[in-house]
Write a protein that binds this ligand. Structure first.
Ligand SMILES: [Zn+2]
Length: 225
């Protein structure tokens, strides 16, 4: 996967978004304010491509069904804490995470106890409690084996942080693995049904609709292995 590139900057630098962003940072409006809808939409679109639709924490496909529900703009440093509110629109603080990781992360503080909040969110502030998706290569820190079963890769220099991430997000707990597997299996079944229906129709429009569905089925099937 490599480290992520801060692609959200392209959205954040737009003139039209400056006012709502500064209003949010100063506390005049809240995260769900309608004036932030467009900038959030653009951030999501940019991150989806950069992350290849994969959650940077668990390195798994973000299941596309009910996209707006299952795909969260996630703040590495929690925006609900006053000290990190200024990073709510910092490109290196924004990722899309899967619902499972978003829920488990909650409002956890990823800066160690007693450490002052950073002025800028740069690689110079590392290490954090977990490997950082923009400053550390997750795939070099955490091995995801089929199953999936997670383990710390020795020699990355982020062994402690990787251990904390796996533990905090409960990535190896059987209950989470089974829920995830069940959702993927249901999605696979549904995709196959839709594809069969389109194949039976077999007109030009149906064939066109099949292409993205076949690609998605391929992704889902690989995730299940
Ligand atoms: Zn995840």
């Amino acid at each position: 996967m490599g480290t992520l590139k801060p692609v959200a900057r392209a959205a954040l630098n737009r003139k039209a978004f400056r006012k709502p962003i500064s209003e949010y940072i100063s506390g005049r409006i809240q995260w769900n304010d309608a004036s932030l809808k467009e900038v959030k939409k653009l951030i999501r679109a940019l991150l989806r491509v950069e992350q290849a639709e994969t959650c940077p924490y668990c390195q798994r496909l973000i299941i596309p069904e009910r996209r707006n529900v299952s795909e969260h703009i996630e703040h590495f440093l929690d925006k609900s804490k006053d000290k990190y509110r200024k990073f709510a629109f910092s490109a290196t603080n924004l990722v899309l995470s899967c619902q499972g990781c978003n829920v488990e992360k909650g409002t956890r503080d990823l800066i160690g106890h007693g450490k002052a909040p950073p002025t800028y969110l740069t690689a110079a502030e590392a290490p954090f409690r977990w490997p950082h998706p923009y400053f550390d290569d997750m795939a070099s820190c955490i091995q995801k084996d089929p199953g999936p079963v997670y383990s710390v890769i020795p020699g990355s220099g982020r062994e402690l942080e990787a251990t904390q991430l796996i533990g905090d997000l409960k990535l190896n707990e059987i209950q989470n693995l089974e829920t995830r597997h069940g959702k993927l299996f249901m999605r696979q079944t549904r995709l196959m049904r839709i594809l069969a229906r389109l194949a039976r129709k077999n007109d030009e429009r149906s064939r066109g609709r099949m292409v993205p569905l076949v690609l998605e089925l391929d992704k889902v099937t690989r995730e299940l292995q």
